[in-house]
Design a protein around this ligand. Structure first.
Ligand SMILES: [Ca+2]
Length: 225
């Protein structure tokens, strides 16, 4: 059944004989919901993203923009000051998880969120009314339920090859588009939860499950380029 599902969905037709477009994959290929864990097709390594996801926050008009950002674990956040006044980006934790120090215009500061899944509030030490937050999620967790599962896959599928898209719309590598690189991230983390992923231990029997779609997606993405 799994092979059948893969054949139908990787090619062109579903069980009813109509075209099987990726955004409709879980609808036109219901076998996916039950057989998603049974086939692994290697992702096209040429197109797998290995860059650190980067999110930018502008400091302008005495505000952080965007004020709240979603990033995956291992992402980098860069704050850039576009105001003539000095500002900082300083975590509200005690002691601060990060502290940029005073940034003149147009200086930048970066911090890598490499370990813990949580929301980090921060502020400007020179102007305490300036506040922002960084929400760190499991890579591939679009819904924010601290698990990477079929719901996240459905979101990515429904936004596939579209832009601009946000993290909660499937842009897990923060490049603005929901594409094959995001699928690779979701596949690598599929069926992990905050409990297991907090310790960075995915469930081994199901880790590569979503790679079912990787080959077909890679070919489709390559042909679109
Ligand atoms: Ca992306």
């Amino acid at each position: 059944m799994a092979i059948l599902a893969a054949a139908m969905c990787s090619g062109t037709l579903n069980s009813s004989g109509s075209a099987c477009n990726l955004p409709d994959a879980t609808r036109c290929c219901p076998e996916l919901t039950t057989d998603l864990h049974q086939i692994a097709i290697p992702v096209d390594s040429e197109h797998r993203s290995t860059e650190t996801p980067l999110a930018n926050v502008a400091i302008f008009g005495f505000q952080f923009t965007p004020g709240h950002i979603l990033v995956p674990m291992n992402a980098r956040v860069r704050w850039t000051n576009y105001d003539s006044s000095l500002h900082t980006s300083t975590s509200l934790d005690m002691p601060p998880v990060w502290d940029s120090g005073f940034l003149p215009e147009p200086a930048s500061y970066t911090y890598d969120f490499s370990i813990t899944i949580r929301t980090y509030p921060y502020f400007c030490a020179a102007h305490p009314d300036m506040i922002g937050s960084v929400e760190v999620r499991l890579p591939g967790d679009a819904t924010g339920d601290n698990s990477v599962n079929i719901s996240d896959f459905s979101i990515l599928a429904s936004n596939f090859n579209t832009s601009p898209r946000t993290y909660s719309q499937g842009d897990f590598n923060l490049n603005g588009t929901a594409e094959i690189g995001d699928f690779a991230i979701l596949a690598a983390n599929f069926n992990t939860s905050a409990g297991s992923r907090g310790a960075a231990i995915p469930e081994p029997a199901e880790t590569v499950a979503v790679l079912l779609f990787a080959g077909p997606l890679a070919r489709r993405w390559r042909s679109a380029c």
